[in-house]
Design a protein around this ligand. Structure first.
Ligand code: PLP
Length: 394
């Protein structure tokens, strides 16, 4: 394991751990004790790889976006997670976790969701395996991501709207944790990002690491080298970025750039730019960096993108930020929306608003024509069509 991966105690530098109520100990301890062994079993790997191939449609293409490359004067490759079944990277993790839950004998699945992509990906694998599914979603998000609520319901999931706080992802996560405490024996909680108590951040990063594993081989074929100059990904909790960075962490010459949501601006009071404003603290079971008041209350985040509307980042990201291995930047709503429209016009690809944040950072980079850049196109924009239309008055 390298210095950027979790240690045997569940920490990344000073970040990580499992800060949980006593009543969650049995669930989390069971996962900690079993996850690596189960994931390494031959029949687990066989089923995981087969589902990624035949059900998700992997490998996802690495696409050289010619017109976008011409505009920015460098070689821009898009890792097309938007082409996965259900439309985002989230399915890589839910396939892995449903197989884990099955092997642990769990019969009921719960999840939290922001943009609804993780909720849809969870409802999908529950349908696939015939398991009961309950998805918690902030009430505001149920409205701005209505098509995804419909998809979850059609697949048989129960969608519970979280009414507390800002009625977004943080609040949905609180509700899901409460459910898990009340249902410790038969229920597995499929966390959708690299957040939560150990082992979740590591577990989710491992399932998402397929993104960089494939990218390396695809780059080698297309450019002759398996490493690019830059790798970019947006960060909500940080799972697509964790998967996109995973196999490049040790290649220190590859510049890793994580893009957070600045909302209306870093200092506008309506933002989700965690590393710009956050301080160290504990959120949802792990020590990380989060936006908080002087007396430690979590600050309500804001972003136009439901998937990035989260006041923290996963503990590995906190460590990559603090150690300087990756650069953390932020992009406003307006910059992201324009970048989404630009990709649509230049390449005929409508990106999820989350992914548009990563694309928008191209405007701020100084590039050379020989630079190779990989951007994780974490999801497709179907769920965001209403938002785009309203925003641009189309
Ligand atoms: C398309 C897409 N990209 C990115 C994210 C952000 O999550 P993460 O930071 O875990 O990749 C989401 C979350 O819902 C999403 O739907």
């Amino acid at each position: 394991m390298n210095k950027y991966q979790v240690n045997e105690k569940g920490y990344y530098g000073p970040f990580g751990g499992a800060y949980i109520p006593e009543m969650l100990y049995p669930n989390v301890a069971e996962l900690q004790a079993t996850y690596l062994e189960i994931m390494q079993e031959e029949n687990f790997q066989q089923e995981f790889q087969q589902l990624l191939r035949d059900y998700v449609g992997r490998p996802s293409p690495l696409y050289l976006a010619k017109r976008l490359s011409e505009k920015y004067g460098a070689n821009i490759f898009l890792k097309r997670e938007d082409l996965n079944h259900t439309g985002a990277h989230k399915i890589n993790n839910t396939i892995g976790q449903i197989l884990l839950a099955e092997r642990l004998g769990k019969k009921r699945i719960i999840a939290e969701t922001g943009a609804g992509q993780h909720g849809v990906a969870t409802a999908t694998v529950c349908a696939l395996k015939g398991l009961e599914c309950v998805v918690y979603m902030g009430e505001i998000d149920t409205k701005r991501q209505a098509p995804n609520v419909a998809r979850m319901k059609m697949m048989g999931a129960k969608v519970v709207a979280a009414q507390s706080g800002s009625k977004t992802l943080k609040d949905a996560t609180n509700e899901a944790l409460r459910d898990w405490i009340n249902n410790p024996v038969d229920t597995h909680y499929i966390i959708g990002s690299v957040v939560g108590p150990h082992p979740y951040p590591d577990l989710v990063a491992r399932f998402q690491s397929i993104i960089s594993e494939e990218t390396k081989a695809q780059l080698k074929e297309k450019t002759g080298s398996s490493t690019p100059d830059y790798v970019l990904a947006c960060v909500g909790g940080g799972s697509n970025a964790a998967g996109m960075f995973y196999h490049f962490l040790d290649e220190e010459h590859v510049k890793l750039i994580a893009v957070e949501a600045a909302g209306h601006g870093v200092h506008s009071g309506e933002t989700a730019a965690t590393t710009a404003l956050g301080k160290e603290g504990v959120l949802h079971g792990s020590r990380s960096i989060l936006m908080q008041t002087a007396d430690g209350q979590v600050v309500e985040p804001y972003s136009i993108s439901a998937g990035l509307d989260y006041p923290g980042i996963g503990p590995q990201h906190a460590w990559l930020f603090k150690s300087g291995r990756a650069q953390y930047v932020s992009i406003t709503d307006e910059e992201a929306m324009q970048a989404g429209l630009l990709l649509t016009k230049l390449e005929g690809i409508i990106p999820a608003i989350e992914s548009s944040h990563a694309l928008a950072y191209l405007e701020k980079m100084t590039l050379r024509k020989e630079d190779n850049i990989v951007i994780c196109l974490s999801g497709r924009g179907d769920k965001d069509l209403d938002n785009y239309m309203t925003y641009f008055g189309l």
